[in-house]
Design a protein around this ligand. Sequence first.
Ligand SMILES: [Zn+2]
Length: 352
Amino acid sequence: MTAIDARQSNALIDERIKRLHAHGIVDLHFDLPMDLYEKRARSDVLRADFLADMRAGDIGVLGAAIYIEERYLVDSALRVGLDQVSRLYAEVEQSNEFAICRTHQEIVAAPEEGKIALLIALEGVEPLGDDPDLLRVFYELGVRLIGLTHARPNAAGSGGIFAPSGSSPKGLTPFGRELVRECERLGIIVDLAHINPAGFEEVVGLTTKPLVVSHTNTRRFYDIERNVSDEQIKMIGQRRGVIGVNSVLVSPRKEEATLDRYIDHIEHVAGLIGIDGVGIGFDFFEFIYAAWPEDKRQALAAKLAPPHFIPELRNHSHAPNVTRRLIERGFSDEQIEKILFRNWMRILRELL
Ligand SMILES: [Zn+2]
């Protein structure tokens, strides 16, 4: 290929990416509310710290996950959870570039007003303590996606650990089971990210609607109980669910944490349950991790696992790199649209 040919084919790919991003990308997991809470002394954080990257990456819908850091447990979990919701609403109001959405209709309407749709999620039910009535409160505040646990155990159940085995053999607690049933009744999407294998199976048995894993990787390439096994992927497929592929746990080896390995995870899920079962759950958190002091980073590495950030996939502005690599790997436009947008939109349409 001559230099001119290469430039022309590059321009064609750029055009194709632009076309594929016309509806906006759906990323169902981002630790946004906790960061807004930690930066509560500032204002207009959403615009100053995030908007440019999200616009550059054509992000259309974002799962904004409330997470309670260890130091607030257990006594302040509810207050900090509510404060995170409050910060999110205040920031959205100030920026005028986002819309907090509770229904599929609102999600569809957001881009028509030029806004990025936010879906509030809970990553771990610690803010509820062990009080099932509080679920209704968070529902009324707009929470539409709930994962019962992070890696640590709580009143609802236990998380999968960052090792090939050794998670709690126990499933959900009676409180956890009650929450799952109530989520389905209210119209909150149950998220299987992080839950331990026993809890995963139990949720599958307790529910009837499509199930999702908002952000995870496959054990095929990173064999830890926090990720999903082939068997679990098939369970999601049987329920017409979707698995969002995570950017931070693609490989235990730093040198293998590459964009191609990210696509390998997508291909693996699609190979097992079809292209309709795979979506995006980037889980970008390098900006949070980078701001931590060294001892906190080491504690995370010791307790969970050292994250290996993919050089070309570290924040939302890098989303077009995924699309480009999908094109280079031979995915069709129809397949790419499903991965980036249509599969999650089907779930949101059916469940919200
Ligand atoms: Zn997570």
